[in-house]
Design a protein around this ligand. Structure first.
Ligand code: ZN
Length: 195
């Protein structure tokens, strides 16, 4: 059976890590002023959304579980991020975050794929048509375990180190190239920036 393009694109998503991927990594940010978007994020997300990708943030926020960030502070930081995105015409379709510390041994913290799989259930996303984008090995592991293609955001150009991501990108401009390529041939292999 052939799916129409509109049906196919309705089910794909970018799963987005937050700290170190959408915004500069500040450790455990607890103040809105600490939120600074990385260059090129907004343009890439805006175009990806036009191409039919839902934008779903999937973030470990263990600062809460570690007692370093209050839930209210975390909410303020997240609100500031969404405000900065909105100023550039980008709206996240959903936000999933794990507030637990590693010692809590929860089921949601990446590298667990649980948050991605929850989004799949909640939003009808097909992981195989979707991509996980993150700067940590745990992001790539979570994406792979959920069945997504993976983009390792690697601005410093580190070696693969066994990460096994489908693509390595040094900038959001490179990520945009990948998204455009995937979008024009969603079910085929293609050879651009292959890791
Ligand atoms: Zn958790």
């Amino acid at each position: 059976m052939t799916e129409s393009l509109s049906t196919a694109t309705a089910h794909r998503a970018l799963f987005l890590d937050r700290d170190g991927t959408l915004m500069y990594d500040n450790g455990y940010p607890n103040k809105p002023e600490q939120v600074k978007l990385l260059p090129g994020v907004c343009e890439t997300l805006r175009i990806a959304h036009e191409l039919g990708f839902k934008l779903i943030m999937v973030s470990n926020q263990s600062g809460i579980g570690r007692g370093l960030v209050t839930p209210e502070e975390a909410m303020q930081v997240q609100s500031r991020l969404e405000e900065l995105l909105a100023q550039k015409g980008v709206a996240l379709d959903a936000v999933y975050s794990c507030p637990h510390a590693p010692a809590d041994r929860c089921g949601c913290r990446k590298p667990s794929p649980q948050m991605v799989l929850q989004a799949k259930t909640d939003l009808g996303v097909i992981p195989g048509d979707s991509m996980m984008i993150g700067d940590k090995i745990s992001d790539i592991q979570a994406g792979k375990a959920a069945g997504c293609r993976t983009i390792f955001f690697n601005p410093l150009g580190m070696g693969d180190a066994g990460i096994g991501a489908n693509y390595h990108c040094r900038s959001w401009t490179e990520i945009l190239h990948i998204i455009r390529a995937v979008s024009s041939c969603p079910h085929d292999d293609f050879q651009i920036h292959e890791a």
